[in-house]
Ligand binder design. Structure first.
Ligand code: NAD
Ligand code: IPM
Ligand code: MN
Length: 367
């Protein structure tokens, strides 16, 4: 039997609730595959870890993650006012960036997917959704403004100021662009490189590298698109995108917009891949406004499990089954309340019931 060790970092807010559904799914998946076992090891992470241990990324969690085959993360962070309890340089978000840097998880895959039959989930008109949206946003995750040098203070004129550096070298850009081309080749062979090369030097370098790498991918259609125009295009013609690749901050913003055009951030899973270790997390945050109410949409978390099964454990078929099981739940007319719209005839279910329904659908599919 092949046993995979998975570090479970539930985190804060809705993290525990949606992680419970992921654990439920992993239990069913292992019962369907006698040859596979999962060793699930929970560990403290985020603000909850800070309150209990004094660190958002405690040493024991780091050790566990070092030894794990993959990391499954829930959500971290506090609401705006509560977040003041933790010094900014020890924040949960800092802890998350430390984890990303430690494992060099440079390639962040954020699928923006909505089949045509679920067009009513989206705030966009059905004719814009057409046969469905199927975009893979590939976000560079360990560079740019997030990791550049930072300072803040009072300048010589006595004014408070802040300064941070946006820096990429060609290797950092090359590796993520290569991942994007390879991904496009396995999909519809269309790549949009998103940038701001009309203003930013970093984007000029980015665009040069996209052109250089494209020479080895003559079968992939390349489109250069300015990030501001891309934001509009995502709303007006989302079906024209296949793979989109961009630097860290652009990817943070446009991937949340992806959740917006689908109808909920709860529909946004993700995979964060590094050379030796990968971790999986919803794209969204801890949703303090709905935490503890058993109403969060666990699709993003269960989708992250599907991505882990495929990308870390090579269980492609079971990953497909899991996606299909979730779509079947939606097809049956069930959803958590985030998707509801006045007048729609969706039957509202809780976080837990959504998970149970996914299990029931999964069980119907051959393993
Ligand atoms: P958020 O993503 O937590 O929530 C934005 C909105 O989306 C809220 O109305 C929320 O209820 C809704 N939402 C998000 N996920 C949902 C789900 N699964 N089901 C139903 N509704 C869902 O963003 P925010 O409120 O701006 O940030 C809250 C905290 O999360 C902050 O501390 C932020 O730093 C942190 N954060 C963490 C991560 C992460 O862990 N990777 C990502 C983004 C934000
Ligand atoms: C995300 C989050 C993080 C980011 C925060 C919590 C540091 O918004 O994963 O999208 O900005 O990358
Ligand atoms: Mn974000």
């Amino acid at each position: 039997m092949n046993t995979y060790r998975i570090a479970l970092l539930a985190g804060d807010g809705i993290g525990e609730e949606i992680m419970a559904e992921a654990v439920k799914i992993l239990g069913i998946v292992s019962s369907r595959h006698a040859e596979i076992g999962f060793e699930l090891i929970p560990a403290a992470f985020g603000a909850s870890a800070w309150f209990s241990t004094g660190s958002c990324w405690p040493a024991e969690t780091e050790e566990l993650c070092d030894a794990a085959d993959a990391i499954l993360k829930g959500t971290i962070g506090l609401g705006h006012t509560e977040s003041r309890q933790i010094p900014p340089d020890q924040s949960p978000e800092k802890g998350l960036l430390m984890m990303r840097r430690r494992y060099d998880t440079f390639a962040n895959f954020r699928p923006v997917y909505l089949p045509g039959f679920l067009a009513h989930f989206s705030p966009l008109r059905p004719e814009i959704i057409g046969d469905g949206i199927d975009i893979m946003i590939i976000r560079e995750l360990v560079g740019g403004l997030y990791f550049g040098e930072k300072e803040a203070g009072v300048n010589t004129q006595g004014l408070r100021y802040a300064r941070e550096i946006l820096e990429y070298d060609e290797n950092q850009i090359h590796r993520i662009v290569l991942v994007a081309f390879e991904t496009a080749r396995k999909r519809r062979r269309k790549l949009h490189s998103i940038h701001k090369s009309n203003v930013l030097k970093s984007s000029m370098l980015w665009t040069d590298i996209v052109d250089e790498v494209s020479v080895d991918f003559p079968d992939v259609e390349v489109n250069h698109m300015l990030v501001d125009a891309a934001a509009t295009h995502l709303c007006l013609r989302p079906t024209e995108f296949d793979v989109m690749v961009m630097e860290n901050l652009f990817g943070d913003i446009l991937s949340d917009q992806g959740g917006g055009i689908l109808g909920s951030l709860g529909l946004m899973p993700s995979a964060c891949l590094g050379p030796d270790k990968s971790y999986y997390e919803p794209s969204h945050g801890s949703a303090p406004d709905i935490a503890g109410k058993n109403i969060a949409n666990p699709y993003s978390m269960i989708g992250s499990v599907a991505m882990m099964l495929e990308m870390s454990f090579g269980m492609d078929r079971e990953a497909k089954n899991l996606w299909q099981a979730m779509q079947q739940v939606f097809a049956g007319g069930y959803s958590t309340p985030d998707i509801s719209k006045p007048g729609s005839d969706i039957t509202m279910v809780s976080t837990e019931e959504f998970g149970d329904r996914v299990v029931a659908e999964l069980t119907k599919l051959p393993a």
